[in-house]
Write a protein that binds this ligand. Sequence first.
Ligand SMILES: [Zn+2]
Length: 279
Amino acid sequence: MFMEESGWLTRSNERTVWFYPPGLEATGMVISGFSTRIGGVSGGPYSSLNQGLHVGDVTELVLKNRGILAEAAGLPPGSQVVPAQVHGDRVHLAEWSDAGAGARDLESSISDCDALITREPGLPLVTHHADCVALLILDPLKKAVGIAHAGWKGTRLRIGEKTVRAMGEAFGTRPEDCRVAISPSIGPCCYEVDAPLIEQFTAAFPYHSELLTPRPGQKAHLDLWEANRRPLIEIGVRDQNVFTSRLCTCCSPDYFYSYRREPGGVTGRMAAFIMLRPG
Ligand SMILES: [Zn+2]
């Protein structure tokens, strides 16, 4: 079974299934995870638990799907904070005044933003993914959390490192205290990239040979999991505190949407989420 070597596990209710990182949840301090496409009401290429409002699905159905996930995972549906992801590296400090931003429409989402941090218990941070990585971050000492969306652009921009640093500035977070979970995403098995991207990663990462596996025709397979893990280790996150799911969205059509796999990229989105438990 493909989950055997994963650092994440599944939970389910009578309706849906989702993945969660035991390494974060063992603290008892957070609700965190990554949804699947199982158990929703959307049809066609969005079948069935699509969480993305920006992909051409029917809004009413997406909101129903968000409600199904929220109920299953134990998240308050109305107060979710959702960024308008742009493959950048801006980190937003979320406070209660942001509660519900992007929860029910695109217009109110946190603009130009790919990472959120907060110290507010009960305030869920949510990002949306087809093949991109989600980084879920917990500082159990300062009682703070962060979430980041990392496709190849965010990965090259070291958005995980920048999110941990932003938690440092805002909350006094130290990298050595953090626990970080790396979500399902397109894996090194499927993520073929071409020369321009290979050049960018070669320039940006001294250990690029460990991230890129050469393929015929000046192409390579890129390991987004390792490319996100290494910068975190470099700033002091402990190896044993990084929990990588190692599940490939492109390889697992029963569980996951995949932009790369679907014709024209027309597909749904999974939600990544993290919330400090209240009380
Ligand atoms: Zn794969």
